[in-house]
Design a protein around this ligand. Structure first.
Ligand code: HEC
Length: 152
């Protein structure tokens, strides 16, 4: 019993201490000229869908949920955001070359269809990202429309 209490005690100390490890949650300033929803003049309804379902991990406009302030959860959240931005950052869309844009639009369609994006763990706590079939179709058709227009 004594050993058990010691384990609990030191775990609590450990948990408390890791809260002091800094996590960088500052968003970089966004140049609106190169921001996807601005340069594409995305219609309001679609803009809401993309911002609600993708922008937290794929832009520099991340809104951090409350659980992102508790270590070690905060580390996992931050690593998803870092990785998400590395693959696709809508805030710097116009700095991408045409090939990369084509690739990202195509993959966005594929990942929504395959239900791998938005990330399944994320939609549990973000209702606005839990897209209905109709909303998914709207998003997919929108990305497809840009690809088909060939103006990007
Ligand atoms: C909770 C964070 C999160 C959200 C929300 C999210 N993504 Fe991602 N996304 C990631 C991460 C992490 C990766 C990189 C790892 C991977 O491919 O699973 C990624 C990768 C991608 C890629 C690149 C895949 C590749 O093979 O290069 C695309 C495209 C993408 N996401 C599109 C979207 C779209 C579109 C949405 C919204 C409908 C979205 N994501 C929402 C975290 C997220």
């Amino acid at each position: 019993m004594k050993k058990f209490k010691q384990i609990v005690f030191w775990s609590l100390i450990g948990f408390t201490l890791i809260q002091f490890i800094p996590v960088d949650r500052a968003n970089k300033p966004v140049d609106q000229k190169v921001n996807f929803v601005v340069s594409q003049k995305t219609p309001e309804k679609i803009k809401e869908l993309i911002k609600g379902a993708c922008y937290d991990c794929h832009s520099d406009e991340t809104v951090y949920p409350k659980y992102a302030y508790i270590a070690p959860l905060s580390w996992s959240v931050k690593s998803h955001i870092n990785e998400g931005r590395e693959h696709l950052n809508f805030s710097i869309w116009e700095t991408y070359n045409k090939d990369l844009k084509t690739n990202m639009l195509t993959k966005s369609i594929q990942t929504i269809q395959a239900k791998t994006m938005p990330m399944p763990g994320y939609i549990v706590y973000h209702k606005e990202a839990n897209l209905s079939e109709a909303e998914k179709t709207l998003l997919i058709n929108y990305f497809q429309g840009i690809l088909t227009s060939n103006i990007y």
